[in-house]
Design a protein around this ligand. Structure first.
Ligand SMILES: [Zn+2]
Length: 604
C-alpha cells in the first residue's frame, strides 16, 4: 500500500524541509526553533526526527512536511505534493498504479458483460446449442434459473467469442487481459470452448469472471477465469448478488460447493445459498458474509466433511487457526470480527454419496432439516479431532489435545472456552487444569502482540479503517468523526483531507463510491482508491452496526492521537524554556491522560 505521499516522506526529512524556513537547533533527541506560524520570543516549535513530524506547543500547529509546506507557503495539497515529489525525485503520474488497476477492473467487467451476453444469446438461440438446452433441462434448470443466473453457452470453436467481441470494439489484448482469450505464437484464441457458462458476479452484480462446465470430453470438468484485476476466485461467492437480500433478512447464509448446487437451492426458494466454487472456503469469503449473516452454514458432502484438508481450511477461514491468512487486513479493530467468525460458522454434513443439488431436488424439506440442524464449527472440529481415539494410546491423546487446545485458544468467549475445556478433559481423560494451563500459555503468547499505532507507514492504520467505514455512510461519518477526531489525529495528509472532504460533501440522495470519488480533488484519488480496495475486503455492515463500528474506530483514533501528543510531551520534557512552561506541559499531560481514560471507558 505504498503510495506517492509515503514515497516522498521516505526521502525527505522534516528536519531538512522545515530547517530551511525555521532556524532549528538540537534539543535532546529533537530540534526546536521559533515558530513560523505565530510570533514568539522563546522557542516552542519542535521537530521530531523519530516521527518526521513537527508541533508548536505555543499555537498548537502540528503535522508532517506536507501540512508544513501547505501552511507555510499557502499551497493546496495538490501543489505541495507536486513540489515535494519533484524535490524527492518521486515521479508523479496522473494515472498511478492504483487507478490503473481500477481502470483495468472496469475494462474487464465491461468485456465480461459483453461475453456473458454473447454466451447467453448462444444458449438461447444457436441451433448448435440444442444439446446444451436439452442437457440443462435434464439437469432441472428451468427458464427462470437460466435467466436469473444468466447462464450461457461457449460454442465449440476457437474464435467465435473473439470474432464477436472484436466486432463490438474489444481488442485482443483487452480480452486476453480479462481472461477471455489466450495467445500462442501471437495468435489469440477463446479460453472457454464447448462449455456451459456460469457468469460470476461480485456482490454488486458486476460480472467479474466465469466458470465453465465441460460439455464434451474435456478432462477439465470445470474451468474458471484466471486471476485478473477483477477476478479473485477466493474473494467472491457465486450467487451473493442474488442471495444478499435473503441472507440479510434471514440472518443465515448457506455455503455450498458448486454452481449447480447454488442454482438448485434458489430454484427451490432457498435464496440464501451461495457457492464457494471449491471445496475450501477462504477467509475472504467468510468475511464477505460476516457482516450480512449471523449464522454461516457450510454444507459439506460426506467425503469433504471427513477430510483433514477441509478441517484445516475451516480453521483458517474462521480465524481459529493461529496461522494468519495472507489477506487479513491486520487491524486490531477487525480482530473483533475475526473472533466472532468462529461463533457464526456451522457445519452441515450431507448424507453419503449425495450433493446439495441431489438433496434439494429430491426433497426440499430434507435440505431445510440438514441446514437448520447444522453443528457449531467448534463442535465439528472437536469431534473430528477426538473421535475414535483409543484411551490407551497416550501419544494420540497428547496430539489430539494439542490440536484441540489451538482451537480453544482461538475462541473469543471465556465461557465458550471453558465449555470446550471441560468437554476435552472428559473425552481425552486429561485433567481440566492441565488443559487450562496449556490454553492460557498459548493465548498469552499469540494474543499479546502490540496493538497497531498511528505511526505512519505502508500498513493499514486506524484512520484508514475509519475512512473506509465512512465511505459507506457520509452522514454517520460527519456526526461521529467531526465530534470525536481532530485533524492532527489522521496519520497522513491525504487521510486528513479525505476526512475533511467527507465532512464537507453534500449527500444528495446519490451515492456509491464512484460518485464519491468524483466529488474529490484528483490529488486524493490514489489514496481513495487504496481505501476503497481495503473497504471491499472488509465485512459489510450497516445501520446501527456500522454506526457503532465507526464510533469505536473514531474513539480509538482519538485515543492514539492523544497518546502521540503525550509522547511528544515526554520527548520535550525539560526542554521547555521556563519553569512555567514546564508546568503548563505537565498540566496538559494530566488532561491528556484523563481524556484517554474517558475514551477507554467508552470503548469498554
Ligand atoms: Zn506556533
Amino acid at each position: 500500500m505504498f503510495n506517492t505521499v509515503e514515497a516522498v516522506k521516505e526521502r525527505l526529512t522534516a528536519a531538512e524541509i522545515i530547517g530551511r524556513r525555521v532556524q532549528l537547533r538540537q534539543a535532546g533527541r529533537n530540534l526546536k526553533g521559533l515558530c513560523c506560524f505565530h510570533s514568539e520570543k522563546t522557542p516552542s516549535f519542535f521537530v521530531f526526527p523519530e516521527t518526521n513530524r513537527y508541533k508548536c506547543f505555543g499555537c498548537n500547529e502540528g503535522g508532517d512536511i506536507f501540512t508544513f509546506v501547505m501552511k507555510n507557503e499557502n499551497l493546496e495539497f495538490r501543489e505541495a505534493l507536486r513540489q515535494l515529489a519533484e524535490e524527492a525525485g518521486v515521479p508523479l503520474s496522473d494515472s498511478p498504479q492504483r487507478s490503473a488497476q481500477a481502470a483495468a477492473r472496469k475494462a474487464h467487467i465491461s468485456a465480461n458483460n459483453a461475453a456473458a451476453a454473447f454466451f447467453r444469446e448462444q444458449l438461447a438461440e444457436s441451433p448448435t446449442a440444442q444439446f446444451v438446452r436439452d442437457y440443462a433441462a435434464e439437469r432441472g434448470l428451468d427458464a427462470t434459473a437460466l435467466e436469473r443466473f444468466q447462464l450461457g453457452f461457449a460454442p465449440d470453436s476457437w474464435d467465435s467469442l473473439r470474432t464477436n467481441l472484436n466486432k463490438l470494439g474489444y481488442n485482443d489484448e483487452d480480452l486476453s487481459a480479462a481472461g477471455l482469450l489466450r495467445s500462442r505464437d501471437d495468435r489469440f484464441y477463446d479460453v472457454f470452448r464447448n462449455r456451459l457458462m456460469f457468469p460470476i458476479a461480485d456482490r454488486r452484480g458486476d460480472i467479474v469472471g466465469f466458470g465453465g462446465r465441460a460439455l464434451g470430453d474435456d478432462p477439465a470438468k470445470y474451468m474458471n477465469s484466471p486471476q485478473t484485476a477483477a477476478f479473485d476466485k477466493g474473494g467472491v461467492l457465486y450467487g451473493l448478488n442474488l442471495a444478499r437480500e435473503s441472507i440479510r433478512e434471514s440472518g443465515v447464509a448457506v455455503v455450498v460447493e458448486g454452481y449447480m448446487d447454488a442454482i438448485a437451492a434458489h430454484q427451490h426458494g432457498f435464496d440464501n445459498v451461495v457457492a464457494a466454487m471449491g471445496t475450501a472456503i477462504t477467509p475472504s469469503q467468510v468475511r464477505l458474509l460476516s457482516g450480512l449473516a449471523k449464522r454461516v452454514v457450510i454444507a459439506l458432502d460426506a467425503d469433504a466433511a471427513g477430510a483433514a484438508a477441509t478441517r484445516r481450511s475451516l480453521e483458517m477461514a474462521s480465524g481459529l487457526s493461529d496461522e494468519v491468512p495472507a489477506d487479513a487486513p491486520g487491524l486490531e479493530s477487525l480482530t473483533q470480527h475475526e473472533d466472532n467468525l468462529a461463533a457464526q460458522i456451522f457445519v452441515a454434513t450431507l448424507p453419503p454419496d449425495t450433493d446439495p443439488d441431489d438433496v434439494i431436488r429430491a426433497d426440499a424439506a430434507a435440505w431445510e432439516a440438514i441446514t437448520s440442524q447444522a453443528t457449531p464449527l467448534a463442535d465439528y472440529l472437536f469431534a473430528a479431532i477426538t473421535d475414535g481415539i483409543d484411551p490407551a494410546d497416550f501419544p494420540a491423546r497428547a496430539a489430539a489435545m494439542k490440536q484441540a487446545v489451538q482451537i480453544i485458544q482461538g475462541l473469543a468467549e471465556p465461557a465458550v472456552r471453558s465449555h470446550y475445556i471441560s468437554r476435552l478433559a472428559a473425552s481425552l481423560h486429561i485433567p481440566e487444569e492441565a488443559i487450562q494451563r496449556e490454553v492460557r500459555h498459548g493465548r498469552r503468547r499469540t494474543r499479546n502482540t502490540p496493538p497497531p499505532t498511528a505511526a505512519p507507514g505502508p500498513e493499514l492504520r486506524r484512520d484508514d479503517y475509519l475512512l473506509a467505514l465512512g465511505m459507506a455512510n457520509l452522514t454517520y461519518f460527519r456526526t461521529i468523526a467531526a465530534n470525536v477526531v481532530r485533524p492532527e489525529d489522521y496519520s497522513c495528509i491525504e487521510n486528513r483531507l479525505l476526512a475533511e472532504s467527507f465532512t464537507r460533501i453534500e449527500v444528495n440522495g446519490e451515492d456509491g463510491v464512484d460518485w464519491l470519488r468524483e466529488q474529490l480533488d484528483g490529488s486524493l484519488h490514489e489514496r481513495f482508491g487504496q481505501l476503497e480496495r481495503f473497504r471491499r475486503s472488509m465485512p459489510e455492515s450497516e445501520g446501527e452496526d456500522l454506526f457503532a463500528d465507526m464510533q469505536r474506530a473514531a474513539l480509538r483514533l482519538r485515543r492514539d492521537g492523544l497518546r502521540a501528543e503525550n509522547r511528544q510531551l515526554q520527548l520535550i520534557q525539560g526542554e521547555g524554556q521556563s519553569i512555567r512552561a514546564d508546568e503548563a506541559l505537565a498540566e496538559r499531560q494530566r488532561q491528556i491522560l484523563n481524556e484517554i481514560r474517558e475514551i477507554e471507558k467508552g470503548l469498554r
